[in-house]
Design a protein around this ligand. Sequence first.
Ligand SMILES: [Mg+2]
Length: 219
Amino acid sequence: MKKFDAIAFDIDGTLYPNYRFYLRIMPCSVAHIPLLFAFRKMRKIMRSVSYTEDFYDAQARVTAEILRKDPAAVKRQIDTCIYKLWQPHFQGLKPYRGVRETIEAFRRNGYKTAVLSDFPVGDKLEGMQLHGIWDVELCSEQIGQMKPALKPFQRLADELGCPPERILYVGNSVSFDICGAKNAGMSAALIRRRFSFSGTGGADFVFRDYRQLEQFVLG
Ligand SMILES: [Mg+2]
């Protein structure tokens, strides 16, 4: 009997190493360092507070508060200097070894597959040649809330049409991915490339190589 009905993935740091993307965007992002720091701080804040407005408006409002600037101007800046500026750099981004083969093996064996990320997913997946292999593609921008909140994980289960306990969520962040998925009643697998003394958040499986994940699910 299968352990799960669906395997869902975080993207950044899970399907590819973050440093590969940072190296690509570094030259063009130098001019926007204050915005990037504020954006990063805003995302940390927004993970722990609730808000009722549109996600992009909420992002702009909190970032504008940090920068003490006009929210409308900051909203345009986020769009131009982050979302649009980063977009071409997804092209040719190299995933971890064995990612595509592993996803395809899951699909051949009757598992549904999904991605749930805190950034838009379409162009990124296409850039990595990882498109067309997912039943569900979701991001916080469309759900209106970031991990580790319950809402994104519930939406993931709804769209997959699986009860949470039949879903394995795979991620690289203990506090966002593992804790979020476990809290929603899912199983969780942590990708950890290096030895670490820090906890695993109750992950059901820890792996460093995609062959290990394939073995854990199908083996
Ligand atoms: Mg991640």
